[in-house]
Write a protein that binds this ligand. Structure first.
Ligand code: NDP
Length: 451
């Protein structure tokens, strides 16, 4: 039995229903790092894999709050503190009805390796709640955030664990969470990132993940001697923070994003997505994408309910490069085949694990340039770390400084994983390159810190 198969068998028991996505993420890493484990037995002697796949702790708590109709509501809150070998725990908070312990374990596990790839001193964590922010008033969001922080504040701190945003948690929610933390602790400190600029946020944090995805993609295309994105048609899914800023940066560099999507369906605008309208609909009014048609009746809307679970309108549109930026497992085997038949050359994951395992395998076997999430969407956590540095030194960096440093780090990540892939005999495979490089740094730190 190979090292990978042996390890897969060992962790099979964790494949219970709630852990499905966690197991999927873990399995990919186990296969990728097999050459590293085979090359040096210190990783098995120190039982690094066994230790890395178990979080340091999983905090689970009750969140009780009152809605606008004076109804008392109960949700579950979580913080999965996964690994702090390289620095304090760091990772976002997700507020979405699909949040479970298993989903947060998957996201936290990915975060360890992602944060390791940035080269910055940050460990991995993730948290959130099954609270659904959709349709809630501003006041209800505030009440929920206060109640959530009443419990969470016990476990976090600027040198312990620094949460940030994720799905359903933007600067409004971070503002309310921070306000409550400050009220409870009387401490004005950098305990959360993604804060509004006026009280300690970094310039460019909202843009960072999306811009970083595009910087990563152009570096990957250059390394692989492919045409850059300039002048090319691109398909983007999602219409949230990551998708909006991928579209914005694509437009900046002269590429054309023709799609976006939300949980109700997909917009296809062959003349290029109207970004100002999209921001108005999704950020200001928080409406469904269908409203886009009122201003652009010539564009098309494909309702999500008309599609089977294994195919999505957004991946059926011909493009040079695809950017899945909505959620996990949103791009399937069938979608991958459609993209390839339509001439797609490059796929970069803006969301966390948006491509199923089968879809990823298809891209890799067809030599599509494939940028995995843990490397390509690291821009958000990179600028979060810049925010921590600015808070700790009581300084403010200019937009240009943040952008320049972000670009430099995204290019470094891409180059490092390309070189790692080459060193381990899998040239061109950025998935294996990212997993090996990310794992090795954490593993070496764990060994150096003792058991
Ligand atoms: P947002 O909440 O801002 O946006 C998520 C978007 O995805 C929304 O438009 C939402 O639609 C859409 N969406 C959700 N589920 C589906 C679905 N099943 N099909 C189609 N669209 C869907 O989240 P972010 O943009 O912040 O995060 C998106 C992804 O990027 C997540 O995987 C997150 O973990 C990852 N990520 C985010 C980072 C960040 O800095 N924000 C950093 C690194 C990774 P609707 O409006 O209808 O809900």
């Amino acid at each position: 039995m190979s090292v990978a198969e042996d390890n897969i068998k060992k962790f099979e028991n964790s494949n219970c229903e709630d852990n499905n996505v966690f197991y999927q993420a873990m399995e990919e890493v186990i296969y990728s790092i097999a050459p590293l484990l085979e090359s040096d037995d210190k990783y098995s002697r120190y039982a690094i894999l066994d230790r890395l796949v178990v979080p340091d702790r999983v905090l689970k708590f009750k969140v009780v709050w009152m809605d606008d109709n004076q109804k008392v509501c109960v949700n579950t809150g979580y913080r999965v503190q996964f690994n702090n070998s390289l620095g304090p725990y760091k990772g976002g908070l997700r507020f979405h009805p699909t949040v479970t312990e298993g989903v947060l374990k998957f996201l936290g596990f990915e975060q360890i390796l992602k944060n390791s790839l940035t080269g910055l001193p940050i460990g991995g964590a993730k948290g959130g709640s099954d609270f659904n922010p959709k349709g809630k008033s501003d006041f209800e969001i505030m009440k929920f955030c206060s109640a959530f922080m009443t419990e969470l504040h016990k476990y976090i701190g600027p040198r312990i664990d620094i949460p940030a945003g994720d799905i359903g948690v933007g600067s409004r929610e971070i503002g309310y969470l921070y306000g409550e933390y400050k009220k409870i602790t009387s401490s004005y400190e950098g305990v959360l990132t993604g804060k509004p600029y006026m009280f300690g946020g970094s310039l460019m944090r909202p843009e960072a993940t999306g811009y970083g995805v595009v910087y990563f993609t152009n570096t990957m295309l250059e390394i692989e001697s492919k045409d850059s994105l300039e002048g090319k048609v691109c398909c983007v899914s999602g219409a949230g923070n990551v998708a909006l800023h991928v579209i914005e940066k694509l437009q900046d560099i002269g590429a054309m994003a023709v799609t976006c999507s939300d949980s109700n369906g997909t917009i296809y605008d062959p003349r290029g997505v109207d970004l100002a309208l999209l921001k108005e609909l999704k950020l200001e009014k928080r409406l469904s994408l269908e409203g886009y048609l009122l201003t652009h009746p010539e564009s098309k809307f494909f309702p999500a309910y008309q599609y089977e679970e294994d195919s999505h309108a957004v991946w059926d549109i011909p493009c040079y490069a695809a950017f899945p930026c909505a959620t996990q497992n949103e791009l399937t085997e069938k979608d991958a085949q459609n993209l390839i038949s339509n001439g797609c050359v490059s796929v970069t994951e803006g969301a966390n694990m948006p491509c199923t395992r089968e879809a990823t395998d298809i891209f890799l076997s067809h030599n599509i340039c494939f940028g995995p999430a843990k490397a390509a969407n690291a821009g958000g956590v990179v600028v979060s770390e810049f925010e921590m540095s600015q808070n700790a030194s009581m300084t403010k960096w200019s937009y240009e400084k943040v952008d320049e440093k972000l670009k430099e780090i995204m290019q470094q990540i891409c180059t490092r994983i390309a070189l790692t892939a080459k060193d381990y005999g899998v040239e061109g495979n950025y998935v294996d390159g990212a997993n090996i490089a990310g794992f090795k740094k954490v593993a070496d730190a764990m060994i150096a810190e003792g058991i």
